[in-house]
Design a protein around this ligand. Structure first.
Ligand code: 4AD
Ligand code: MG
Length: 482
């Protein structure tokens, strides 16, 4: 074997020094052939496209070719040649083929045909090897990178918030407990309660539902920070938009009011969309085509009006619509679906807006992303800044087409007295939050922040329909196989 260094397929496909010797390695997508030659489509994950390898039976022994099936891994040395019609500019005429690992066609689950996304979810260990999932996960990488690039460019500091915490930031009680106590025989206090003082951390702990509270502590010293980490919610909602483990980006900024907060959110979302358009074109084009094929099988009335890339470009060029919750409720109450009783959940001031309401506002009424502010205080978290009306708080939710809520955030309550009163009113144990309260006691400032659900953003950018298909190994109720 020659010592020729491997070239990635993404790089091979760009070359035009025909006649050069190259070494490519990857996994077989398809093999087809005639009596004299075999054509092997090889993919190494560096790009959505395959390189075509031509294996002449005079040069490559049948004993090797017979071992090559979809899914096998190969190392090939051959001649870079101008392609006659493989759909690419180049192909590789093989001199030698080494089979690194076989894939028995009777057992390998991924055959060169269309598999359903549901089927592939059951094969999450192998689904990376499909075009759809390799495209999704390359885009996921690009979006994570772009997030760091965006905030770094603005001088924000990346803050690692803890995964194990003792507090429930959102106050929704949807936490996974973390304990090393013996579940069969936990130590008890005199009162017969579980004695957490004997637990690993000496107190009751859980997986974080949000890095916000710790982010606030850092922002009140470093000015502008963001977290980007896994968050966990034991909400048993089996929807296409909820996970039990998801990633959240949470910027937190001192001296920002709600308007600065909205400006940042809109700028960030547009930056991410533009980054995808500029850097993930091949993958987006593939996913767009996949979606168009899927649309064709739907009844006409359910088909999307816009293709994926058009949808992304649309977000870039339009200002997001900004209005208050109260105004939105008026729009919804006067809407056709409401008057005709088409909403499953009736609309009145004070309700938590449902997905059907959010999507009506975004997709039917304003036909662009919408930012709603000033929600009723009773449906929002304790830390949000209270408005003078005594009824609403300075919350903001960003609603996206096809998704609904993609961002939730607010200006924060910076008054010690008001925050304490709210904590007591809501029955939140003050002893768990003494450190959070102290930031309001010592040098408090107006500040704001928000949380972007990373997988919801991924749904939007890729056009995928189910959140379980944009995270490598989804965790949801009764789902933690891989
Ligand atoms: O609106 P949420 O609950 O807000 C917070 O957690 C705040 N602490 C954020 C902040 O102000 N720093 O969640 C924020 C976003 C939602 O808008 C949604 O995009 C996403 O996180 N999200 C989920 N994504 C997937 N699965 C779930 N179960 C999610 N719950 C929330
Ligand atoms: Mg929310």
């Amino acid at each position: 074997m020659s010592e020729l260094r491997r070239t990635k397929i993404a790089d091979v496909l760009k070359r035009d020094d025909f006649g050069a010797q190259v070494c490519v390695k990857g996994w077989v997508r398809t093999k087809r052939g005639s009596k004299n030659v075999a054509f092997i489509a090889l993919n190494d994950g560096s790009i959505i496209h395959n390189v075509q390898v031509v294996a002449d039976r005079e040069k490559i022994d049948d004993s090797i070719l017979d071992r090559i099936h979809t899914g096998a891994s190969l190392s090939i040395v051959g001649l870079l040649t101008e392609s006659q019609g493989s759909g690419q500019n180049v192909e590789v005429i093989a001199d030698t083929i080494e089979v690194l690992g076989e894939a028995n066609p009777d057992e390998y689950p991924l055959q060169p045909k269309k598999h359903s996304l549901e089927f592939l979810r059951e094969k999450a260990h192998l689904r990376f090897r499909t075009n759809t999932f390799s495209a999704v996960f390359r885009i996921r990488h690009a979006m994570a990178f772009a997030i760091h690039e965006f905030f770094n460019g603005k001088g924000f500091k990346y803050m690692h918030s803890p995964i194990v915490t003792g507090s429930d930031a959102e106050g929704a009680g949807e936490m996974f407990q973390v304990t090393t106590l013996d579940m069969k025989n936990p130590p008890k206090t005199k009162e017969g309660e579980i004695d957490y003082s004997q637990d690993f951390f000496g107190k009751e702990t859980n997986l974080t539902v949000s890095g916000q509270l710790e982010g606030e502590l850092a922002a009140l010293a470093l000015g502008e920070v963001y977290t980007f980490g896994p968050t966990f919610r034991a909400e048993n909602s089996n929807t296409s938009r909820h996970l039990a483990e998801f990633w959240m980006i949470e910027p937190e900024m001192a001296f920002y009011d709600i308007h600065d907060n909205m400006d940042l959110a809109e700028e960030m979302l547009k930056y991410l969309v533009k980054y995808a358009l500029d850097n993930c074109k091949d993958d987006l084009e593939f996913l767009e085509k996949r979606l168009l094929d899927e649309e064709k099988s739907k009844p006409e009335k359910d088909r999307s009006e816009h293709a994926l890339i058009e949808k992304l470009e649309f977000v870039l060029v339009n200002d997001f619509e900004r209005l208050t919750y109260t105004e939105a409720v008026e729009v919804l109450r006067n809407s056709k679906p409401n008057k005709k009783g088409k909403f499953q959940y009736p609309v009145e001031w004070g309700i938590d807006l449902q997905s059907e309401h959010e999507r009506f506002l975004v997709e039917k009424h304003y036909k662009k992303p919408v930012i709603l502010t000033d929600y009723p205080r009773d449906i929002k978290a304790f830390y949000m800044k209270q408005n003078d009306d005594g009824k609403t708080v300075r919350a903001m939710d960003v609603l996206f087409p096809g998704i609904g809520e993609i961002i939730g955030g607010s200006q924060r309550e910076e008054s010690y007295e008001k925050l304490l009163a709210r904590i007591e009113e809501m029955g939140i144990p003050k002893k768990d939050l003494w450190w959070f309260l102290e930031t309001r006691k010592f040098g408090t400032v107006p500040h704001s922040g928000y949380g972007l659900g990373f997988e919801r953003m991924m749904l939007f950018v890729t056009g995928m329909g189910n959140i379980r298909d944009v995270i490598p190994f989804p965790r949801a109720a009764k789902t933690a196989e891989f």
